[in-house]
Design a binder for this molecule. Sequence first.
Ligand code: ASP
Length: 154
Amino acid sequence: TEKRAGQLEKIKRMEKEHGTVGAVAVDKNGNICAATSTGGMTNKKWGRVGDAPIIGAGTYANNNTCGFSGTGHGEFYIRTAAAHDVSALMEYKGLSVVEATQAVMDKIGDMGATGGMIALDKYGNIAMPFNSAGMFRGYKKEGENGVVKIFGDE
Ligand code: ASP
């Protein structure tokens, strides 16, 4: 019916506006967690599973390395095991969270994907690289004001 079609359109619009939401956090004991929620890619095929629910692809947390949540062309995050790749670069190569995320962001970008990622380590160091025009992002550290950004070089 027209009413139901209208409701569907409204929900589709909301999904577009609200896209992917990722969060990473560390508590005072150094316990790290990560979460990613997404509506997937626009016009995706029925039954597609993106990277968000796949641990090690779009979402990952390891107290020894980092928490990670990604957004963008999920197929590339799955193919590179992006989230785990960041963690492995930190664990085995000793890279910082900033260096490790940038390395994986560059790798995914070179493969032709667009996206971004947020990550933090157990010390609260934060990295939020992206190769899209902008990425809504923010962080809050204890005792400090929250920070919110959209574009690069802010
Ligand atoms: N990464 C998500 C997916 O591929 C989409 C997104 O973050 O925009 O399903």
